[in-house]
Structure formats: structure tokens, C-alpha cells
Unconditional design. Structure first.
Length: 175
């Protein structure tokens, strides 16, 4: 298999980001959610305007996982005021880490997770954190295997459905 490259996403990549965002979100969550709630979420969160604003936010970082020229996954990180819930100032949020269904289980997620850890250390934050849907055992297991531990819960709205996310964190500093 060819090497997977991790590359920073720029504003000129908004169309590719929109495509991979919608594709991976649908692949991951459509089986357990209504079509109406999925459509509403996609329209609200993955519009060109919204993604462009995210890409232009200096407190957010996006990365593509590329196999050749094909985008097979992506990562979105937030610092400071861009965090969805400001847990602690010197923290880094992994807001999105998604891989295409065809590439899951092939270490792409691990590469993106390691990029998040490298970024956290470069930014000298205390810890990384994220929210993961309680009904996504595959993702929960992945994060646990990477040393993340539960520290709380919050509500995530998908359309008109209130869902519970498990909040997990990992110290970012080297021991």
C-alpha cells in the first residue's frame, strides 16, 4: 500500500473538505439517525460558508489524510475560543477525526490521532480532549486504546435529536 500523507488543509481546499466531511459523517452515523436529522446537520455544519469560516479561524487546524491525491480522512483541531466547550485554556480539542469507511482499520485514524498529539505537544497544551457519541463503540475503543479516559459527558444535537457524547482526554506532555 502506498504511504499515507498528512497535509494541512487550506481555504482553497474547501470543496474537498466539504465532500469528505459529508461522506464520512453519513457513512458513520446514517444507520442510527433519521434522514431528516442527518440532512439538517449536514446543511448546518458542512455548508461552504461554515467550512470556509472554520478554515480561516486561526484557532482551528484541519488536516487531510491522503492516499495519492485521494482524501481518505481528515482531522479538525481547536484551541482557545474555537473549542466547542472551553474545558481548560491550555487544551487542544479533537473536534473531528473521520476516515472513509473503505479505509477504516488501516491505521489512517492512528496517523491522524498521532498528528493531534504532535500538534498538542508543539502548542505546549496540557491535554487533548474530545467528545465521542456513546453509541459509537468502535471509536470509543480506539480512543481508549490510545490512552484516553472518560472525564464527563455532554449533549450533542443532531437535528432535533439530543445525543450523549462521552468526553475523553489524554495528557499531552511527555512523561
Amino acid at each position: 500500500m502506498d504511504a499515507i500523507a498528512i497535509r494541512r488543509v487550506g481555504s482553497m481546499d474547501v470543496d474537498r473538505l466539504q465532500k469528505i466531511s459529508k461522506q464520512t459523517f453519513v457513512e458513520t452515523f446514517s444507520a442510527k439517525n433519521t434522514a431528516e436529522n442527518m440532512e439538517r446537520f449536514l446543511e448546518e455544519n458542512y455548508s461552504t460558508g461554515r467550512l470556509t469560516a472554520e478554515l480561516e479561524n486561526p484557532n482551528s487546524l484541519h488536516y487531510f489524510a491522503l492516499l495519492g491525491e485521494d482524501v481518505i480522512g481528515y482531522l479538525k483541531l481547536n484551541t482557545g475560543p474555537a473549542q466547542t466547550e472551553l474545558q481548560h485554556e491550555p487544551a487542544l480539542e479533537i473536534q473531528r477525526i473521520y476516515i472513509t469507511k473503505a479505509r477504516q482499520g488501516k491505521k489512517v485514524g492512528q496517523l491522524l490521532f498521532e498528528k493531534a498529539i504532535q500538534t498538542a505537544r508543539r502548542l505546549n497544551v496540557d491535554y487533548l480532549w474530545l467528545g465521542v457519541w456513546e453509541e459509537n463503540p468502535k471509536a470509543i475503543s480506539f480512543y481508549q486504546k490510545n490512552g484516553m479516559v472518560e472525564f464527563g459527558r455532554h449533549i450533542f444535537r443532531l437535528g432535533d435529536d439530543e445525543q450523549t457524547d462521552i468526553l475523553m482526554k489524554l495528557p499531552a506532555r511527555n512523561p
